[in-house]
Design a protein around this ligand. Structure first.
Ligand SMILES: *Cc1c(COP(=O)(O)O)cnc(C)c1O
Ligand SMILES: [Zn+2]
Length: 559
């Protein structure tokens, strides 16, 4: 069991606020002043906060809220903090609700709105969670904390922790793009890269916290997380003139967003500020869709996905636990559905959204839009319904030059077991080692999108240090300088083509031994095949481009 710091006496003395903790499984009710990690009566680990809504309604709360500046903390009476002096804020929340006329027209939806959560301090809706969670840590006197993340939580928590002077250990799955890790590190978070899935990463983070006696953020199981997500419902209702939309659609990993939003609308109903809970559109990445699979098969419990097959790390929760049950119950009661989208569908939706609405989103967010497109085309969403999509995040890479390559420590658990329950001893040994054994790869590719995709595919499965060269000439220079373990090259490039790159590398004794993988969309002539014969390790056709194939070839080329 992890340590929970007790509330500072000063905060309690000042506050007249009453917050109760309620078990989501049995009838147990306790006080939030003495938080527990599980229900003392039945052991359930998901607890809910309850406020005195009737008293709030009598106090004319809604008028006070309207008079305040926009932002998440304008609803502070319904957030799990006793003293507003403990608030750690950077202007999170208060994001615009954009009418998506063009995309709506294409999909035949008259009332399509986008909640633009990219406009937060670290550009994702995790800013809400970070602001509330870090404020609660401050109120409880916590000076050092551990968090496991698929990327955006690490970034948002690191930023808010920096403001609060809290030391943060952020454990990230190695699937997370390097840019995200760098951003978390830039804010001073201690970034630990775990070569394994997100579910492995949580196990490692918990073991580390336990070993050091540190507070560990419990993600979806923490009160602060779900409560913070509620504020999206409050804002949406207020922006619509105090009513609920017909649909709330989001790309889901652990499911915290829609669970929080549904709770928000429940509270608004009790306050007389909304008339219903919206139908939920829960969209998952097809390579990691345990909830969608269970939903489509009519199951009450989701079977965990042990090895997510998606490059979209943000959505890689393989084991949703009881969050699936909660979402399934909400959909049974209030309508909605669960749907999946492939990475390809997500990347297509990403381009469509950018071109039609001018919004550049991260791939995880595009999954929501890919799902929206499916639901609209199938008529599951009706043309006159009011639809909100959570535009959950946008990332822009930080300058690589700011931090060198030593911004993270590494823990490799992949060799020990692919099971989620890892042996504790191996884990601790791995934590103690925390060293990197990255293999260096140079990718020569004039199409920047394709280059980045290859980089991501490599990083999903292992500790690869990937360097991109934009064209043949740059590629040859980079290989000469870095002497990588393997080279991946395109054939068709405007400056120096792949054949000449291969010739140049084979002619130089210092690079002749480096294995080369050719990745091309070109149909090779017999003559060209002869030219490549004996020169390269493997030829991969881009059309049938599969991440497994690419990975196997690289592993093979590395010997
Ligand atoms: C965390 C995250 C999600 C998934 O959110 P959950 O509600 O926790 O499942 C989706 N998109 C982005 C950009 C995220 O950061
Ligand atoms: Zn209980």
């Amino acid at each position: 069991m992890t340590r929970t710091a007790s509330l500072r006496v000063s905060a309690l003395a000042k506050s007249s606020k009453r917050i109760e903790l309620q078990c989501t499984y049995c009838d147990w009710i306790g006080s939030y002043e003495q938080p527990v990690n599980a229900c003392p009566q039945c052991g359930e680990s998901i607890l809910r906060a309850r406020y005195d809504l009737a008293a709030l309604k009598r106090s004319g709360w809604v008028d006070k809220v309207i008079a305040r500046e926009p932002g998440l903390w304008r609803y502070h009476e319904l957030l799990p903090l006793y003293d507003t002096q403990n608030i750690v804020t950077m202007g999170e929340g208060g994001t615009p609700l954009l009418h998506a006329r063009n995309l709506g027209m294409m999909l035949g939806l008259k009332h399509l709105y986008i909640k633009d959560e990219r406009q937060g301090p670290t550009a994702s809706f995790k800013d809400r969670q970070a602001s509330v969670a870090i404020s609660v840590m401050r109120e409880r006197g916590i000076r050092e904390a551990v968090v496991a993340s698929t990327g955006n939580v690490a970034i948002a928590y690191s930023a808010f922790a920096a403001r609060a002077g809290i030391k943060l250990w952020a454990f990230l799955t190695s699937m997370v793009p390097g840019e995200k890790m760098r951003e978390a590190a830039l804010y001073g978070g201690e970034v630990i890269k775990v070569t394994g899935t997100y579910d492995h990463t949580k196990v490692v983070a918990n073991a580390f916290a336990k070993q050091r006696g540190l507070y560990v953020d419990r993600g979806i199981k923490s009160i602060a997380a779900v409560e913070s997500m509620k504020t999206m419902a409050f804002e949406i209702a207020q922006q619509l003139g105090w009513r609920a939309p017909d649909w709330f659609i989001q790309a889901v990993s652990g499911g915290m967003g829609p669970i929080g939003v549904a709770k928000g609308f429940e509270e608004l109903m009790e306050l007389g500020l909304a008339d219903k809970i919206p139908s939920l559109g829960v969209i998952q990445s097809a390579g990691c869709a345990p909830m969608v699979r269970a939903f489509k098969n009519g199951r009450a419990v989701a079977t965990p996905v042990e090895n997510p097959q998606t490059v979209i790390a943000t959505l890689s929760t393989g084991d949703p636990g009881r969050a699936y049950e909660q979402l399934n119950n909400l959909i049974s009661a209030h309508g909605g559905t669960m749907e999946e989208a492939t990475d390809e569908e997500a990347f297509n939706a990403l381009r469509l959204l950018a071109r039609t609405e001018g919004l550049s989103v991260e791939p995880a967010t595009a999954v929501a839009f890919a799902g929206l497109i499916k639901l609209a085309r199938r008529g599951i969403i009706k043309s006159d319904q009011l639809v909100i999509v959570n535009c959950s995040g946008h990332t822009f890479p930080v300058e690589k030059q700011i931090l060198g390559d030593q911004f993270a420590r590494s823990v490799d658990v992949s060799a020990q077991s692919s099971r989620i329950s890892l042996p504790a001893e191996g884990l601790l040994a791995a934590i103690e080692q925390m060293e990197t054994t990255a293999r260096r790869v140079v990718v020569i590719e004039d199409n920047a999108d394709a280059g980045r995709l290859i980089e991501r595919i490599l990083k999903v499965r292992g500790d690869y240090e990937v360097h991109l060269a934009n064209g043949g000439a740059e590629g040859v220079v980079l290989v000469e300088r870095l002497k990588p373990d393997v080279v991946i090259t395109d054939l068709m490039m405007p400056d120096i083509d792949g054949f000449s790159v291969i010739d140049a590398l084979k002619a130089d004794p210092s690079t002749a031994h480096i294995p080369i993988i050719v990745l091309t969309a070109k149909e090779l002539t017999a003559h060209e095949r002869v030219r490549l014969n004996g020169q390269i390790e493997q030829l991969l056709q881009k059309g049938s481009f599969m991440d497994e194939d690419l990975l196997q070839s690289i592993v093979k080329a590395l010997g």
